[in-house]
Design a protein around this ligand. Structure first.
Ligand SMILES: Nc1ncnc2c1ncn2[C@@H]1O[C@H](COP(=O)(O)OP(=O)(O)OP(=O)(O)O)[C@@H](O)[C@H]1O
Length: 346
């Protein structure tokens, strides 16, 4: 559906390097990465509002690299909604139809349906200036969809909203994607948002694609230390593997490499480290070692627990209630267990 081939650009302090991305028809695809990775530049080049120095972009097999934005058949929603402040809600939405000489009844019925579906029909005559953030994003979404775009581009549409509005709009986006069989390309730096909404994703780092594939696959099987950290797999250790076996020297572990031919790293999610108050009776278990709690980061219902083991710092996650009932706090000695089947090699 959208095919980005070898997209590159050289800007003053940044370059985008040979980006290849393929978004399939009807797919919700996320462009992920930290701030400044180049996500918006890619989205803007698909929209036709950004520089393209080399590479090609195709929509439905037709090259659109140099086509003006209004002839691409794409709709775009920005982080800050980007509405026209002097126009009412209805006029903002109908603005997208300005390139159609005389929008027919069908199109006007469609706009009406969109306003109903997005829950903004009662706001039709209102100025957009004093709408809430969530209402503004709904208007922006309706405006982008009013032209029945072949592709919906979303540039962090949820990030400026407070949590309650964010969840509402996130659910609405998911429903609309399926109900209208939309093809969506969304920029986000929030992996949980991508997990909820999208089927596939590309993780960008410093202007290059670090990993591309199914979101669940990226989450469970990151292919580099950068992606592992990005998806929250915070414990990454150097490993050395050959002939089906791998050694993780810093943890004194040796195990089968689970089909990974020559692993260089072993990684474990914080929630997969088990904390025990005492040494278990059966103490010859795999991946069991003592550690000292260096500190805790409180996230409300759970805490991240920073652990010192020899020269390593490990990060575990545990429910606050469990930590309280075990009486664990900074300075305490604990036993840590890493279940073998939770270790990911790459
Ligand atoms: N027109 C431009 N001229 C020069 N540099 C630019 C231009 N547009 C973007 N950049 C730079 O390119 C880099 C990537 O920008 P981009 O907006 O794509 O990042 P991003 O991944 O979307 O980040 P964020 O999540 O913060 O929006 C940044 O360093 C930015 O300053």
């Amino acid at each position: 559906m959208i095919r980005i081939e070898q997209l590159s650009m050289d800007l003053a302090d940044f370059s985008l390097n040979n980006v290849d991305i393929h978004v399939r028809e009807g797919e919700f695809f996320a462009l992920l990465g930290p701030t400044g990775a180049g996500k918006t530049l890619i989205l803007e080049s698909v929209a036709g509002v950004g520089p393209v120095h080399s590479g090609r972009i195709f929509l439905d097999g037709v090259e659109i690299t140099r086509l003006p934005p209004e002839r691409r058949g794409v709709g775009i929603v920005y982080q800050d909604a980007g509405l026209f402040p002097h126009l009412s809600v209805e006029k903002n939405i109908a603005y997208g139809l300005r390139y159609q000489k005389r929008p027919g009844k069908k199109r006007l019925d469609w706009v009406k349906w969109l306003m109903e579906r997005l829950g903004i029909a009662p706001l039709a005559g209102r100025s957009v200036e004093n709408l809430s953030g969530g209402e503004k994003q709904r208007v922006a979404l309706a405006r982008a969809l009013s032209v029945k775009p072949r592709v919906l581009l979303l540039d962090e549409p949820l990030s400026a909203l407070d949590p309650a509005f964010r969840e509402d709009l996130r659910n609405l986006l998911k429903e609309l994607h399926s109900q209208l069989s939309l093809t969506c390309l969304m920029v986000t730096h929030d992996f949980s948002e991508a997990l909820f909404l999208s089927q596939r994703a590309a993780v960008l780092n410093k202007g290059g694609v670090e990993q591309c594939g199914g979101v669940k696959d990226i989450f469970n099987r990151p292919a580099s230390p950068f992606v592992a950290h990005f998806v929250g797999m915070k414990n990454v250790f150097p490993a050395c593997g050959e002939n089906g076996q791998v050694r993780v020297d810093c943890l004194n572990l040796s195990m089968p490499s689970n089909g990974c031919p020559k692993p260089k790293y072993a990684a474990v999610r914080p929630e997969h480290l088990l904390l025990l108050e005492q040494k278990p009776v059966q103490d010859n278990k795999f991946g069991l070692f003592p550690a000292e709690i260096r500190g805790m980061v409180d996230y409300g219902i759970f805490c991240e627990v920073l652990l010192d083991y020899q020269d390593q710092t490990l990060v575990a996650a545990a429910a606050k209630s469990a930590l309280l009932s075990m009486g664990l706090d900074a300075g305490a000695q604990v036993w840590v267990e890493i279940p073998q089947d939770r270790i990911h090699f790459f």
